[in-house]
Design a protein around this ligand. Structure first.
Ligand code: NAG
Ligand code: NAG
Ligand code: NAG
Ligand code: NAG
Ligand code: NAG
Ligand code: NAG
Ligand code: NAG
Length: 764
């Protein structure tokens, strides 16, 4: 058994050895190096590359022999042939070839020198030009070809000494050529094969009216010859072609007027460059009635220039169609057409399921489903910002009948309301009914409050109405309004009403003086309060006193006065000096703007007393009636909201101004103390309120400048350099007001107005 195994092993080993021997014997004849290829530079040098042979070589020799005929030389070397060599330890080298042209034949062999001796590859003999690299050519011009807007006429030239392909060979097509071209503004150029069979070639692979930068390169016949370097770059513009599409046309149709015409505005989009194929020089409008009637009056739609994108014309009632074409120097575009229905025709149905979804602050997507019965040939989406005070530009997009959505990605702003509408187009049946949505890409809170007005006071109820905030200031959809009312030293109470309500009655109000204001609420939150309205709800007893007692007192006073006047005229001048302090009277809280036609107001107006001082912040003195802030300062203060409020009544409305002082109101009030310093000087100089230290008080010594440059405002305001407070309460209130103002300014809640006016009216 063991013997048998040994025999098997011997056999296996023997066969293995035989195989090894066989491979060993096959390697005994070493392979020569193998030439891969050469590159000839005409009249200069040749570079060849090869694979080394099987035996390791210390170095190799490239041998380039000029042969009279292209045939493999016999084994005896002909030493009289011109030979060029170079040696290298690597696998490529370059040798000069003298001034030889590439037309002659070169026999090339590689000899590797190793320890085993010299091994030479069989010589390869072929004309040098097969592997020549041609020198780059020179581009002379690139010109447009009239009548062939996709072609450029490229003319080039060559160095005759170095460019070894003759013109006849070029005409025969011996050159392989490529063109590289880039449109103006294009980063990455394109490369295309072109046929070059002359020194002027027509390359027709371009777009009309486009500026190209072009380069050219060549090689001799086939891939064995490497590409030359690119030529110089030359620019050329292709010729114009007629516009390849119609400008997209849309219209706005006005109401039919007395002469049975309506003003139709045609609107269109300028052709994009790739469709205009040149410079549009004019647009042409052509309108036609259903019955073939031709329009005679084209309004402003005649001789339209390149810059025009709209025009309007008076179109007789009835069904019409208008077509628009654009023309350039090469021709006229196809037409786009709109059909306009007669005013008595029923519009086809609207698309269904129209909705809009914001995609971000400045874009939205609108979607719809095609109208159910008829098949639409197209859709038009129109949108514009909704504004009350100014107009906005209508934007539109016309889409084909297969579209069911549009992304509006430009020109939208958050917190701005857009009306987006959609119409289906039904070819000659015209445009269908319109569906409209109001959309915000993002809602915000209102930037102003509603302007509240006291409509009527009866008993303990007060009816308020308010004007809605202009849509520009709403920044969102109004969902509700909150009415706040508060009385002296009481926290404000509030009532919220739905957003479509603009009138509300506060009932069962306890007697008192109320401040009322309203805030608007959008989906994003609550806006600031609007103006303050002052409301006085009197108790029945007071009313009785006011209605009966006060008039009696007034009559007696008038009688006394008349008696006095009869005695002396000087008394008149003294009349206002000894008037009792009116500032404690609740009646003096009447805001003149809440012009309520009630008995109480009449009573208040008849009261022959000096009214509360008014403090007004204004930007310009001429704007005294449009003050930023206005309040009476009789009583302990109620100004947690220094909000824009109703301007004071005109001087002529109520009394005349007895005492006014005006100051520049700097951001930092303490540096401009002229008002209060004067005030304090004149009457309260022993009792300085804390914020106005003696230092700022000192600074006011030259404060006359604050007052001197005041122009007399219209309305007969009289200025004086001294304002008189009639009570320390007034003075205290004014001081608190200044502190509040300072606080709100430093918190950025109030923009500083340059002037503070403090004045007092005297009922006349
Ligand atoms: C012999 O050479 C061939 C190819 O050259 C190879 O496939 C084979 O494995 C070699 N055999 C031995 C035994 O080396
Ligand atoms: C071959 O000739 C060209 C042209 O004169 C030259 O640029 C190049 O350097 C030469 N090659 C070598 C290896 O000398
Ligand atoms: C060697 O080259 C010369 C010149 O090209 C030629 O005249 C001659 O016949 C050649 N001799 C042989 C043996 O081929
Ligand atoms: C091998 O080539 C080298 C250089 O060409 C030469 O000097 C040497 O004599 C050659 N050897 C043989 C054995 O031919
Ligand atoms: C191309 O331009 C050359 C002159 O540069 C002109 O002779 C030739 O007629 C032009 N070819 C065409 C087709 O315009
Ligand atoms: C140019 O032609 C060659 C054949 O001649 C082809 O292999 C190559 O892909 C072509 N190149 C281009 C850019 O068309
Ligand atoms: C067309 O454009 C010209 C030049 O911009 C302008 O003067 C003219 O009013 C425009 N016409 C219409 C109808 O818009």
């Amino acid at each position: 058994m063991e013997r048998l195994l040994t025999v098997v092993w011997t056999c296996l080993l023997g066969s293995g050895l035989t195989l090894a021997d066989f491979n060993a014997t096959s390697q005994t004849a070493p392979g020569p190096p193998r030439l891969i290829g050469c590159v000839f530079m005409i009249r200069t040098n040749v570079t060849c590359r090869w694979e080394p042979g099987d035996t390791p070589a210390a170095y190799s020799t490239l041998k380039v022999q000029i042969a009279p005929r292209c045939e493999i030389p016999n084994s005896t070397p002909n030493s009289s042939l011109k030979t060029f060599t170079c040696t290298t330890s690597g696998s490529s080298c370059t040798t000069g070839i003298g001034a030889s042209t590439d037309r002659i034949c070169f026999c090339i062999s590689i000899i590797s020198h190793g320890v085993g001796g010299n091994v030479s590859s069989a010589p390869r003999c072929q004309p040098g030009r097969i592997e020549v690299i041609l020198p780059p050519v020179v581009l002379n011009s690139v010109q447009q070809v009239n009548g062939a807007p996709q072609c450029l006429n490229v003319s080039w030239s060559r160095d005759l000494h170095l460019f070894s392909v003759a013109e006849s060979e070029i005409e025969r097509g011996d050159l392989n050529s490529q063109i590289e071209f880039a449109e103006k503004g294009e980063e990455i150029p394109q490369v295309r094969n072109v046929t070059v069979n002359g020194l002027c070639i027509l390359v027709c692979l371009f777009r009309p009216d486009t500026l190209y930068t072009i380069r050219l390169r060549n090689r001799y016949r086939g891939p064995a010859s490497p590409w030359s370097q690119w030529s110089n770059a030359v620019q050329g513009r292709t010729a114009e072609d007629a516009p390849s599409a119609a400008p997209v046309l849309w219209r706005k149709v006005g109401q039919v007027s007395g002469d049975r015409r309506r003003l139709v505005s045609l609107l269109w989009k300028p052709l994009p460059r790739f469709l205009a194929n040149g410079r549009v020089v004019l647009y042409d409008v052509f309108c036609q009635a259903e019955d073939g009637q031709i329009l005679s009056d084209y309004g402003s739609c005649r001789k339209l220039q390149r810059a025009n994108t709209s025009c309007s014309l008076p179109l007789p009632d009835g069904r019409w169609s208008c077509a628009l074409t654009a023309s350039n120097s090469a021709g006229t575009s196809p037409e786009d057409r709109v059909w306009i229905l007669g005013s008595s025709e029923t519009e086809p149905p609207a698309p269904v399921g129209f909705n809009a979804t914001p995609l971000g602050d400045s874009s939205m997507e609108v979607r719809w489903s095609p109208p159910p019965d008829l098949s639409a040939t197209g859709f038009v989406v129109e949108w514009l910002a909704v504004r009350e005070k100014s107009s906005s530009v209508l934007q539109w997009e016309k889409l084909d009948g297969s579209c069911t959505k549009l992304v509006i990605a430009e020109g939208l702003n958050p917190m701005e309301r857009y009306a987006v509408s959609l119409k289906a187009l039904y070819g000659e049946q015209g445009a269908g009914k319109k569906v409209t949505l109001h959309v915000y890409t993002r809602q915000g809170t209102p930037s102003a409050g509603p302007s509240v007005r006291v409509h009527q006071i009866s008993g303990s109820s007060v009816e308020l109405s308010w004007t809605p905030v202009p849509v520009e200031l709403l920044h969102g959809f109004i969902r509700s309004y909150t009415l706040f009312y508060r009385t002296k030293n009481q926290p404000a109470k509030s009532i919220t009403v739905s957003g479509h309500v603009h009138r509300y009655t506060l009932a069962n109000m306890p007697a008192g003086v109320y401040e009322v204001f309203i805030c608007a609420i959008t989906d994003a939150g609550t806006g600031p309060p609007g103006n303050l309205a002052n409301v006085h709800i009197g108790s029945e007893e007071i009313s009785l006193v006011m209605c009966v007692v006060v008039p009696l007192l007034l009559i007696s006073a008038v009688l006394v006065l008349m008696a006095l006047l009869a005695h002396t005229k000087i008394a008149k001048q003294k009349l206002f000096k000894g008037v009792p302090d009116p500032s404690n009277s609740t009646l003096s809280h009447w805001n003149p703007e809440t012009s309520v036609e009630s008995k109480r107001l009449v009573v208040e107006q008849e009261k022959p007393e000096v009214s509360c001082p008014e403090v007004i912040l204004v930007d310009k003195l001429q704007d005294l009636e449009k003050s930023q802030m206005y309040l009476h300062i009789c009583n302990p203060p109620m100004f947690p909201y220094l909000q824009p409020s109703s301007p004071p009544a005109k001087t002529s409305d109520k009394g005349y101004i007895t005492n006014t002082i005006i100051t520049q109101s700097k951001n930092d009030l303490s540096t401009s103390p002229c008002i209060y310093s004067n005030v304090l000087c004149s009457q309260f100089n022993q009792n300085l309120p804390p914020p106005f230290s003696p230092a700022s008080y000192q600074a006011s010594e030259n404060s006359t400048a604050c007052i001197d440059d005041i122009k007399q405002p219209a309305g007969g305001v009289r200025e004086s350099s001294v304002f008189r407070f009639t009570s320390s309460d007034e003075q205290q209130t004014f001081r608190l007001f200044l502190e509040e103002l300072k606080g709100q300014r430093s918190a950025g809640l109030l923009t500083p107005s340059p002037y503070i006016v403090i004045r007092r009216r005297s009922p006349d």
